[in-house]
Design a protein around this ligand. Structure first.
Ligand SMILES: [Zn+2]
Length: 203
């Protein structure tokens, strides 16, 4: 196989197999690549990195076939999240992201984690309203919240899932600040269900 493109990464192999079968039904050839066998007991429910791979020319069709929502993040919007996460370390960083009327993220508003905690965050109401006013002044609307996970995977924690966040918002999570490039993932969290939204950071 030559060039390849990752569609998404699943936590368990069975989810990857289901997606692969769905793509095959739409005539798209796909492969699975296991990043990590998840420890000594692969039969146990473990967090795998099961990478679903297609040919680059099939990537757009694969997103449509699997119903995967995508968001393109301008580099300055992503960099602001990364820098704020580094600044707040070892506490969780947080903030809000404003979108234009076409649904594109345009502005990162970096805010204070009023809990000053490395495992959870709260945005103070006064800062929340300030961010809303700032966004409106730019003709934008708050459409996402971001926070960092300084020590854990960039996946919603049980508190993130049960935390009463706005289901209309996208939830960006910045992974541990280690290595050259921090990880940015996005999710919809609705009534206890987590759906990943594929992030592309634009150059
Ligand atoms: Zn979290």
């Amino acid at each position: 196989m030559g060039a390849e493109s990752t569609v998404t990464v699943y936590d368990v192999r069975s989810d990857g197999e289901i997606a692969k079968a769905r793509l095959a039904a739409d005539g798209i050839e796909a492969w699975l690549s296991i990043d990590d066998e998840g420890g000594l007991n692969p039969g146990f429910f473990a967090r795998y990195g099961v990478r679903l791979i297609v040919r680059p020319e099939d990537l757009d069709d694969a997103y449509v076939s699997l119903g995967i929502e995508r968001v393109s993040v301008p580099s300055q919007v992503a960099d602001a999240m990364f820098k704020h996460s580094g600044w707040a370390f070892p506490e969780e960083a947080c903030g809000l992201v404003a979108f234009d009327d076409r649904g594109a993220p345009k502005l990162t508003v970096c805010l204070t984690n009023s809990e000053h905690n490395s495992d959870r965050f709260t945005i103070a109401p006064a800062e929340h309203f300030g961010a809303m006013r700032l966004s409106e002044a730019h003709g934008l609307t708050i459409g996402a919240v971001f926070h960092s996970h300084p020590r854990s995977d960039a996946y919603p924690s049980s508190e993130d899932i049960s935390g009463g966040a706005d289901p209309e918002w996208l939830h960006f999570i910045v992974g541990p600040v280690a290595g050259a490039k921090p990880l940015l993932r996005a999710f919809r969290i609705e009534g206890g269900d987590v759906t990943e939204v594929k992030v592309t950071v634009l150059p």
